[in-house]
Design a binder for this molecule. Structure first.
Ligand SMILES: [Zn+2]
Length: 65
């Protein structure tokens, strides 16, 4: 484990399990967390999960344009 990694966020628009995540659309902090995405409870904006719950494996990867 590299402690510095917690400060190196490669992309801001990710849902980080176990942390307070603010919705980029409405600023809400309530989420419906699914397997690979979390939806804002207020405006339903989806965010990809930064990590898969339980495994810690990254499920987000850069998408080609
Ligand atoms: Zn929202």
């Amino acid at each position: 484990m590299n402690a510095r990694a917690t400060f190196a966020r490669p992309a801001p628009m990710l849902y980080w399990p176990g942390e307070t995540n603010r919705c980029p659309c409405c600023g809400g902090k309530a989420w419906n967390v699914g397997r690979v995405t979390a939806e804002c409870a207020a405006c339903e904006a989806p965010l990809p999960l930064a990590q898969s719950p339980g495994t810690g494996d990254p499920v987000w990867e850069p998408k080609e344009d």
